[in-house]
Ligand binder design. Structure first.
Ligand SMILES: Cc1cc2nc3c(=O)[nH]c(=O)nc-3n(C[C@H](O)[C@H](O)[C@H](O)COP(=O)(O)O)c2cc1C
Length: 289
């Protein structure tokens, strides 16, 4: 698949075929499903969402129907109308490989490996280059379609993790998942989220995402898919300049599903006004001398 355009990020509206189609109809160039695991999973107890400092804290806990039920829901992902990236996770190399292998029968355009949810057990994988290598390599050996590795800003060295994914054969890296965060209710004097710790997303994490994309673009040969806090066309341009070939959008959908169209039109106008003919002319331009 061509790694370009503006995609729905994993976990936001991505769990039924009809919703994926609605997002596609609203202008998304591709959609990523909610992360699907081997078995149905209830997720964490509530509250699972809270707003804080202009962003969103979530500890959904990877709620999902499991790969077999998801297959019953959307047997053929090609029906969605735009490329569909199936996001998968597993607690072990064997589990994630099995989910990816079963998932490929749904004809996704690519498979994205969620190695990095900060409020579930799997969050540890993408802190460790060796584990990341093992997970990516096993899935690459098991499926034919392109495989993307989603990394975390919570790792002390995101570039080593991205490089390990590249060595294992990943076709792109997706940066970033949510940032570990917490909110405390000052009158109850305890954490707001049922899981206490959650993943922070939305505009406040944008500079963190830009830094990760910039560093990864500098060191890797495979494309970087940028995600984290993008809500305007100016953000999208900045993310492209840092090195993102394609951009995923999640939390900004709260303000309306037309966000894809708004961003696309803004970026196109920027390119025209600044004298560029193609987006590829600005991808990574901020890192060039
Ligand atoms: C409610 C919610 C659920 C999410 N679920 C997933 C998920 O299942 N898998 C995953 O890889 N990322 C998940 N994410 C992370 C997003 O895909 C994205 O990486 C992150 O929110 C940063 O982008 P944003 O600021 O545009 O939302 C979730 C984010 C939110 C807000």
């Amino acid at each position: 698949m061509k790694i370009e355009g503006y995609w729905l990020a994993s976990g936001i509206l991505g769990v039924t075929g009809s919703i994926l189609r609605r997002v596609a109809d609203s202008g998304a160039d591709a959609v990523v499903t909610k992360s699907i695991g081997p078995e149905p999973r209830k997720g964490h107890s509530g509250p699972i969402l809270s707003v804080s400092h202009g962003g969103l804290l979530n500890a959904v806990g990877l709620t999902n129907p499991g790969i077999d039920a998801f297959h019953d829901e959307v047997a053929n992902l090609k029906d969605v109308g735009v490329p569909v990236v199936l996001s998968v996770f597993g607690n072990t190399v064997e589990e994630i490989t099995e989910v990816a292998f079963k998932g490929e029968k749904m004809h996704p355009t690519a498979i994205e490996l969620n190695l990095s949810c900060p409020h579930a057990e799997i969050g540890q994988i993408s802190h460790d280059p060796k584990l990341t290598f093992e997970y990516v390599k096993a899935v690459k050996d098991a499926v034919e379609c392109p495989v993307f590795a989603k990394v975390t800003p919570n790792a002390s060295d995101v570039v080593s993790v991205g490089a390990a994914a590249e060595r294992a054969g990943a076709d792109a890296v997706v940066a970033i998942n949510t940032v570990r965060g917490m909110k405390i209710d000052i009158f109850q004097r305890r954490p707001v989220l049922g899981n206490r710790v959650g993943g922070f997303s939305g505009p406040p994490i944008f500079p963190i995402a830009v830094r990760c994309v910039y560093d990864l673009y500098e060191k890797l040969a495979i494309p970087v898919i940028g995600v984290g806090g993008v809500s305007t066309w100016q953000d999208a341009v900045e993310m492209h300049l840092a090195g993102a070939s394609a951009i995923q959008i999640g939390t900004a959908l709260i303000s309306g599903i037309d966000v894809f169209q708004r961003i696309k039109e803004g970026v196109q106008k920027y390119l025209r006004d600044e004298g560029f003919t193609d987006i590829s002319e600005i991808v990574g331009a901020a890192g060039r001398d």
